[in-house]
Design a protein around this ligand. Structure first.
Ligand code: SAM
Length: 374
């Protein structure tokens, strides 16, 4: 054994030590290679997410509107079959914090992409899109829900508060909610209801107020592109399965999404009873003139009387209109004729329809609402 020993230097041990250094070096190389591979994979994921984001070129604020949609874009949306892979299933796997961050980024991109589709295609195409890929609706609402959480106020809650406050007065009484003329039934249609939160909260309110429930007959109809719960009826809101004059309030809460949204307003007019009200909330930045005067004028030309505009909220504006009953309508026509303005108004109505034929109102009256990357 001493053969291998030279003073303090143990050759055998050194040899062994040398071999182990060799092994360690090999291990180290393998480890480095593994690390490199992992890094390459992560870089590829980051690059993919960045590409997704740069496609949409958003800046840092939360919401913006995009300018007029090009013909090319609309043609593309004419075949509303989305090609991006669904990422919801991947989310079910256990993810590292970095992967979770990447997934959040991808979901954000998906949400913004679906949102843009819904604002830049017609309502018929939107129904087709969600029917063929129902998971898009869920992905959209996951994103919408987290957007709403960042807002100081959710417009749907303002509408719910308004219903509760006005229920302190009798139906059809001054300051009270409008009801059907003879039965005084309160019939609400929530158009583009999302997850039908309005119906849920109004139902809960009545459940908690037994006295009110005994006194008032009510019903909330909720329409959207997918039936995510039993309160919802699937329908394109330009054509809902309700008879003429069967509702007393029609609500559009951030729901004027299709490029043909004035068709939704016409549908509201059809289903509303005279003196029935239409309540609309829309994101402020959608109005080309900032205030929504042109929008109000369009609704007036479609037959509604303007009641109120509330733009006290930083993010959205609320509008209230009512459908005039026969006597008020006659009075208005007589007034216009006296002022020799009747023909003028009729011409404006025709001009609106001509303009709509040339380009859908989603291209000039309300801009699409685009949520920016945060
Ligand atoms: C921004 S979300 C708002 C949802 C709900 N009103 C709220 O405030 O929580 C707009 C909703 O309108 C629906 N929508 C858009 N176009 C529609 C159409 N043509 N028919 C039915 N629903 C539509 C979308 O599917 C989406 O659920």
């Amino acid at each position: 054994m001493e053969l291998f020993k030279t003073g303090d230097w143990n050759l055998k041990a050194d040899k062994i030590a040398f071999q182990s250094t060799e092994k360690n070096a090999a291990k180290k190389v393998k480890k480095e290679q593994r690390k490199k591979k992992i890094k390459e994979r992560k870089d590829a994921q980051i690059k993919q997410a960045q590409e997704e984001d740069s496609e949409e070129s958003f800046s840092d604020d939360e919401i913006e509107t995009i300018p007029v949609v090009t013909e090319q874009k609309v043609t593309k949306k004419k075949q509303p079959v989305a090609t991006k892979p669904a990422i919801a299933l991947q989310a079910k796997r256990k993810l590292t914090p970095l992967q979770q961050k990447m997934m959040a980024k991808l979901s954000g991109s998906r949400f913004r992409w679906i949102n843009e589709q819904l604002y830049t295609i017609s309502s018929e195409d939107a129904l087709e899109l969600i029917k063929s890929q129902p998971e898009l609706f869920d992905e959209y609402h996951d994103g919408f829900r987290s957007q709403v959480l960042t807002w100081p106020e959710n417009p749907i809650d303002v509408f719910i508060d308004q219903i509760q406050t006005r229920l302190k007065r009798n139906i059809n009484a001054p300051g009270g909610l409008p009801g059907l003329p003879h039965s005084r039934k309160l019939i609400i249609a929530d158009m583009g209801c999302g997850e039908a939160t309005l119906a849920l909260k109004v139902n809960n309110f009545f459940k908690q107020n037994k006295r009110l429930k005994k006194k008032i007959e009510y019903k909330v109809h909720s329409f959207d592109l997918k039936r995510v719960n039993e309160r919802i009826t699937v329908a394109d809101i330009k054509n809902v399965p309700l008879p003429d004059e069967s509702c007393s309030i029609v609500v559009f809460c951030l729901a004027l999404m299709g490029t043909n949204f004035l068709d939704f307003i016409k549908e509201a007019y059809r289903i509303l009873t005279p003196r029935g009200e239409i309540w609309i909330a829309e994101i402020k930045s959608r109005f080309a003139d900032g205030k929504g005067d042109e929008f109000v004028n369009a609704l007036k030309l479609l037959g509604f009387f303007h009641k109120n505009t509330d733009d006290s909220n930083k993010m959205f504006t609320r509008f209230e209109f009512f459908k005039p009953p026969e006597d008020i309508l006659k009075e208005r026509i007589a007034k216009l004729e006296r002022r020799q303005k009747f023909i003028e108004v009729q011409t404006e109505k025709e001009q609106l329809e001509t303009k709509r034929k040339k380009a859908a109102e989603g291209k000039w009256l309300l801009k699409p609402c685009i949520y920016k990357r945060r």
